[in-house]
Ligand binder design. Structure first.
Ligand code: KG4
Ligand code: ZN
Length: 359
């Protein structure tokens, strides 16, 4: 069955067409240029851009899938949450209108479930690389600008969050540290790039290392970076540094980026190793979210999985790591199989704080 999927939970305006788990098209219009001057996502701008971009993004997704009208799909799917309320709203309204106009079933998808199942997506000329039955239960490590979660997945809809951040998300920590170093937004890719040029000579605290639970915390690490900069460059106030107004030498910035990256890897290694010991019946480890673009984090998680003879469950296309609509389509396909469709459109609404396993 073909599903038209729409995703507008944050700052990517995205639409895709999937056929079961095969991705026929995956269109992503990034709004980063509009948000960059503000150093983060501005909800009002996101809503405006979603409204402006979504009609043509949907049209392109249909066209690239070889379809001329939404009548040719079997269902319409949309991200219901979590995300920015006024951004989610745009996608939901459009999806409802399309489903109504063309008399199609509507499927509401949890954005995080999309990330969780994204590794099952594949190109139409490729056999599915993984079968869900073969790899469950698996451990999913979701790392994005808004979330950092460890999830135990027993099957579709059977999710247990076994660890989460108690403050900043990992991507957010990358972005905030990048801002102190006056790097462009989003800062994750900038820090990674610089980390290869610098040396990890600064020692930063490894948060929650001694705690035996699987939760994460990155706020302390971010503050440690702030104080480290202030200690080396006392001519700048903490406020100036936080706002990215300190003029720092390139070498110092590269070394600090390398130190931050290394500390993050230590945290990931520590927490994931703990989870893999605790849940010994696992059949795989998956990774999702924008921070999965970080090659060293990807390799580290791959090594940890390999040490336990577990496959690393990653989408073959890197465009499926960060926000996209193909993963929403794939999650919708599994939900549809379980009969989870929206029958009452009028009560179907955005859920900005939707948690996994509660839909
Ligand atoms: O999944 P995503 O596109 O959007 C959210 O749902 O948040 O993730 C975006 C986050 C940003 O914080 C960005 O800095 C981070 O992913 N990111 C990276 C890298 N590429 C993107 N963080 C570290 N290293 C990267 N290479
Ligand atoms: Zn996301």
């Amino acid at each position: 069955m073909k599903i038209l999927a729409i995703e507008t939970s944050c700052d990517e305006t995205a639409a895709a067409v999937v056929e079961d788990t095969a991705v026929l098209s995956n269109v992503i219009a990034s709004q980063i240029e509009w948000h960059r001057p503000y150093g983060g996502v501005v909800p009002d701008i996101a809503r405006r851009q979603h409204r402006r971009l979504l009609p043509s993004v949907v049209e392109r997704a249909l066209k690239e899938a070889g379809l001329s009208s939404p009548t040719e799909v079997g269902a319409v799917a949309v991200t219901q949450g979590p995300g920015l309320a006024i951004a989610l709203e745009v996608g939901i309204q459009t999806a409802k209108e399309l489903a109504k106009e063309h008399s199609k079933p509507l499927i509401g998808v949890n954005h995080m479930e999309g990330h969780l199942l994204s590794f099952l997506a594949h190109s139409p000329n490729e056999v599915p690389p993984f079968s869900l039955d073969e790899v469950t239960p698996f451990l999913s490590f979701l790392i994005s600008g808004g979330h950092t979660q460890l999830v135990l997945v027993q099957g579709v809809g059977e999710y247990e969050v076994i660890g989460r951040t108690i403050d900043d998300a990992l991507g957010e920590a990358f972005d905030k540290v990048a801002r102190m170093l006056a790097l462009a937004y989003p800062g994750g890719p900038e820090i990674e790039k610089l980390s290869y040029q610098g040396q990890a000579i600064y020692s930063l605290p490894v948060p929650l290392k001694r705690k035996s639970n699987l939760d994460f915390s990155f706020a302390g690490l971010k503050t440690a970076v702030l104080y480290l900069i202030a200690q080396h460059y006392p001519q700048y106030s903490l406020r100036e540094i936080s706002a990215g107004q300190a003029k720092l030498p390139t070498k110092f910035v590269a070394n600090l980026a390398a130190s931050f990256q290394q500390t993050v890897e230590e945290v990931v290694k520590f927490k994931l190793s703990q989870a893999l010991v605790k849940y010994s019946q696992l059949k795989g480890v998956s990774l999702g979210g924008g921070v999965a673009n970080n090659r060293r984090i990807r390799q580290l998680v791959g090594r940890l999985a390999q040490e336990r003879q577990l496959p690393l469950l990653l989408p073959s296309d890197r465009r499926l790591y960060a926000d996209n609509a193909a993963m929403i389509g794939v999650a919708a396909y599994y939900n549809y199989q379980q009969g989870k469709i929206i029958t009452d459109f009028s009560s179907f609404d955005r859920k900005p704080n939707l948690e996994l396993g509660t839909q």
